[in-house]
Design a protein around this ligand. Structure first.
Ligand code: SF4
Length: 93
């Protein structure tokens, strides 16, 4: 084993950055108006992050921990039941 004073090189150990939760980067978030929802599930199948699931009553629900705010679901909804709203966050100090 090489002693510390014998080492020719010091290799810094870089700790991986804490992985950002994707939803932390979201600027807009989708919101489903269940009165307009016709349960065609385009949003469920089009979400690339599997953030939308179906509740027992048949209506879709968004898991905002998984949602990145890409708004693909909004564009895929034929009844315009999904709208966007600005994410309001208090910045960390
Ligand atoms: S905005 Fe994107 S990530 Fe969020 S629920 Fe819609 S399709 Fe999924």
């Amino acid at each position: 084993m090489i002693e510390e004073h014998e080492a020719k090189f010091v290799i810094p150990i870089i700790q991986p950055r804490q992985q950002e939760q994707p939803s932390r980067l979201r600027v807009f978030k989708p919101k489903i108006d269940l009165k307009k929802c016709e349960k065609n599930y385009n949003c469920v199948v089009s979400c690339p992050h599997a953030a939308i699931s179906v509740k027992p009553d048949g209506f879709p629900v968004i898991d905002y921990d998984l949602c990145t705010g890409c708004l693909i679901c909004l564009r895929e909804c034929p009844t315009f039941a999904i709208t966007e709203e600005h994410e309001h966050r208090v910045p960390k100090v």
